[in-house]
Write a protein that binds this ligand. Structure first.
Ligand SMILES: [Zn+2]
Ligand SMILES: [Zn+2]
Length: 363
């Protein structure tokens, strides 16, 4: 079967013929139908997030179950599923406290005790990114790396639920717990940012201010429910937010992963509020905040990983919201591409002009 492999970073992906093992007792073999291009994979390709290579990248997949391990009753062949980065063991201290997105045993989950690697290329092991590796025709994953979605949901749109949507909407609903009538600022209107905007709509926020450098993304943000937009290329966006809201917003979200915009999010909030880091910063990046303002104004900055979501609960809930017309997914997809076009898709992402590209696999 075909998979896009990263051999060295920085570098591009190479389409290779790889072999996949059969499912272990706790594993599920899935046939990938659609796979979204997310910024985190680009970070790995650029060497900004270290990951053992060679690796199959991709983590935002929608797939059909082909075979299940001997211990699994939750899934059966033919089920439609979505993969999620925040796979979990179910037994560590964080999982026991229902904070599965903070699982302490995520890395190498179910792989370290395997007799053979899940994926090989000419006999050599491949490390699927985050235990997933969604830029491949099939995936072999731990049962706690996927959630079921209804069959009425088209799989190209379902794929986005696993990362962009669960992260954006989850951060607003589960993480920050945005309250009705509040004001929200979102910095960066890509896949995650647009979902922060629609999460704020679902939470009943009264004012939703979207900030980006690209006019096209600001137009999209309006479609997703932003009440105001700020073109960050035309001046000081912190000042603009403070003026628009007479002193700052109740909630600010950073969805790019840059120190500068994280600092801006902190500056945009009113006293006593918290700004949230949702975008993934490059490994080793530091954020500098004014300590006096933090203390005297009682402000905070908090990271929210994967929307603080219990994804097996939240992904079906998001699917249901879409099917009831309360969640936008169609508008997130800028284009559908083939696996062979994956590098071109990432080249477009680097220009920052569009929301999501989704790879569609031939069955
Ligand atoms: Zn992602
Ligand atoms: Zn755990």
């Amino acid at each position: 079967m075909k998979a896009a492999i990263l051999h060295q970073a920085p570098g591009d992906l190479a389409i290779e013929d790889v072999d996949l093992d059969s499912p272990g007792p706790e594993e599920v073999l899935i046939r990938v139908v659609a796979s979204g291009l997310c910024h985190s994979d680009l970070h790995v390709m650029e060497g900004k997030i270290p990951w053992p290579l060679p690796s199959t990248l991709g983590h935002e997949a929608a797939a059909v179950v082909e075979a299940v391990g001997s211990h699994i009753s939750e899934f059966k062949p033919g089920d439609h599923v979505v993969s999620c980065l925040s796979q979990f063991c179910g037994a560590c201290m964080e999982c026991s406290a229902s904070r599965t997105w903070l699982c302490q045993n995520r890395r190498g989950l179910g792989q370290s005790d395997r007799p053979r690697p899940r994926m090989t290329l000419r006999g050599k092991p491949i490390n699927p990114f985050a235990g997933l590796g969604a830029f491949a025709e099939r995936m072999l994953v731990h049962r706690n790396a996927i959630a079921t979605v209804p069959k009425e949901l088209p799989l190209d749109r379902a794929a986005l639920l696993g990362c962009a949507v669960v992260t954006g909407v989850g951060s607003v609903i589960n993480g920050a717990r945005v309250t009705p009538g509040s004001s929200v600022a979102v910095i960066g209107c890509g896949g995650i940012g647009l979902n922060l905007v629609q999460g704020a709509v679902l939470a009943g926020a009264e004012r939703i201010i979207a900030i980006d450098l690209q006019k096209k993304k600001l137009d999209l943000a309006r479609i997703f429910g932003a009440t105001d937009v700020i073109d960050a290329s035309s001046g000081d966006s912190v000042k603009a937010v403070q003026e628009m809201t007479k002193g700052g917003v109740d909630y600010a979200f950073e969805a790019i992963g840059l120190a500068k915009t994280a600092e801006q999010a902190f500056m945009m909030i009113r006293p006593g509020r918290t700004a949230y880091l949702v975008g993934v910063p490059p490994m080793g990046a530091s954020i500098q905040l004014p300590g006096t303002a933090m203390l005297m104004l009682g402000k905070g900055l908090q990271g929210l990983f994967m929307g603080s979501s219990r994804f097996k609960r939240d992904i079906p809930m998001l699917a249901s919201l879409y099917l009831r017309g309360k969640l936008k997914l169609d508008e997130l997809i800028a284009e559908r591409i083939t696996l062979a076009q994956v590098n071109e898709g990432y080249a477009k992402m680097r220009t920052g002009e569009q929301a999501r590209s989704v790879i569609l696999f031939q069955s």
